[in-house]
Ligand binder design. Structure first.
Ligand code: RFL
Ligand code: PHB
Length: 399
């Protein structure tokens, strides 16, 4: 016999989407339980995103999980674009009425949310295996899993599929009930974390004939850098020396700027993909975050979009439990997809403008440079980049 748990919302996945949903529901008095297949240590150490939009930061602070973020987050008022040997700054202050982004690792957000959730008495089952969701097309949704060799079953009113792109929730929905939109890119990113001060004050996006490079950071002593590489590339082909040499070549400027290499603490290769599943709901199961959509990392949007989805979902569930109104639950998918497609467009555009496409001819390369010239020389074009980068306004009224 399985150990039975009863809750209102069963959440699959303790990434940013699942944890933030549980946190927001908790504040509204709605019960939830999270099931995660990895260990707490693994999830908290997984280095991924680093850029938080203004709206994400405001929400974390307003809901009481932004203390460390306020102390340790690095607030940036612009980004730089580098091409043809020159750097150009996009000034968010001047272009967005003072909105900004904050650099704070996704794993730090996950640590803060996990700690807060557990302190508030929330239940998270880590290291759950054989996770299965069922009954969401009928009246008895449930999540089943095995933990410490014991079978468990969570009976709930709703399931939140927050289990990322490779999770099981989206895959359990019958294929006729979903429409999938997808584009894979013919390149990947090699990302490193390095024990060296960042080479610039702000994030630098570099377009170069050898391929794209990105300079970011995690703290005044820790740099996060990325290089466009082949999707089939093997990390074994990328010695530390080759990585620093390639970063140097792709980021060089006419002023003779120098890169500061240092010990590389972590390396990984990430594929680049655009993906949307519509609708983001099947019966009483709601998909949120990467489970429903993926954006290429060039726009720094995936985590922010995940937070935006669960903000809408938490509000919709709260209205259902508090006032018996299902209207927002019915509109959940439409509201989220409106934002998701705008973010898809922006991420695709940033990716197309900054990467080397081997299929491009000389015309395409000149056009790509003309696009960059236009973006940095036209106030309207810079403003379009800036307003998307700091985060578009929500598609739903504020909480
Ligand atoms: P996550 O973070 O993938 O969390 C899903 C969780 O579900 C668990 N899981 C399961 N649990 C139970 N049963 C199963 N069968 C399960 N299968 C999976 C997983 O272990 C995991 O804990 O999805 P979520 O919460 O939707 O969050 C999305 C973000 O993680 C993602 O969009 C961002 O990391 C994307 N991204 C960036 N986003 C930004 O907003 N700004 C950035 O600067 C940024 N940079 C990036 C990025 C992603 C990158 N990679 C590695 C993909 C840079 C990189 C390199
Ligand atoms: C990061 O700091 O990890 C980062 C920054 C900008 C991006 C993607 C990732 O576009």
């Amino acid at each position: 016999m399985a150990t039975l748990v009863r809750t209102q919302v069963g959440i699959v996945g303790a990434g940013p989407a699942g944890l933030m949903l549980a946190h927001l529901l908790g504040l509204s008095g709605v019960e939830s339980v999270i099931v995660e297949n990895r260990s707490r240590e693994y999830v908290e150490r997984r280095v991924r995103a680093g850029v938080l939009e203004q709206g994400t930061v405001d929400l974390l602070i307003a809901t009481g999980v932004g203390e460390r973020l306020k102390r340790q987050g690095l607030v940036h008022h612009g980004v730089e674009l580098c091409f043809s040997g020159k750097r150009h700054r996009i000034d968010f202050d001047a272009l967005t009425d003072g909105r900004a982004i904050t650099i704070y690792g996704q794993n730090e957000v996950v640590k803060d949310l996990t700690e807060n959730r557990l302190a508030a008495g929330g239940q998270i089952f880590f290291e759950a295996s054989d996770v299965v969701v069922s009954g969401f097309e009928g009246a008895n949704p449930s999540i089943q899993f095995v933990k410490d060799d014991e079978a468990h079953k969570i009976n709930c009113d709703f399931i939140a599929g927050c289990d990322g792109f490779h999770g099981i929730c989206r895959r359990t929905i019958p294929s006729h009930a979903l429409r999938l939109y997808e584009r894979t890119y013919p390149f990947a990113w090699l990302g490193i974390l390095a024990q060296t001060p960042p080479s610039g004050k702000e994030i630098i996006y570099c377009r170069h004939d050898r391929g794209f490079a990105l300079h970011s950071m995690r703290s005044p002593q820790l740099s996060r850098l990325y290089l466009q590489c082949d999707p089939s590339d093997d990390l074994a082909h990328w010695s530390d020396e080759r990585i620093w040499e390639e970063l140097g070549k792709r980021s060089q400027t006419q002023e003779g700027w120098v890169l500061r290499p240092g010990p590389i603490l972590q390396k990984g290769i990430t594929e680049m993909r655009s993906f949307v599943a519509e609708p983001m709901r099947c019966g009483s199961m709601f998909l949120a975050g990467d489970a429903a959509h993926i954006v290429p990392a060039t726009g720094a949007k995936g985590l922010n979009l995940a937070i935006s989805d669960v903000t809408v979902l938490a509000r919709a569930l709260e209205e259902h439990y508090r006032a018996g109104r299902r209207e927002l639950l019915e509109r959940y998918s439409d509201i989220c997809l409106r934002r998701a497609w705008k973010v898809q467009r922006f991420s695709w555009w940033m990716t197309s403008m900054l990467h080397r496409f081997d299929s491009d001819n000389a015309f395409d390369r000149r056009r790509q440079l003309a696009e960059l010239e236009y973006v940095v020389s036209s106030r309207a074009a810079s403003q379009s980049l800036a307003e998307n980068y700091v985060g578009l306004p929500p598609e739903h009224p504020p909480l």
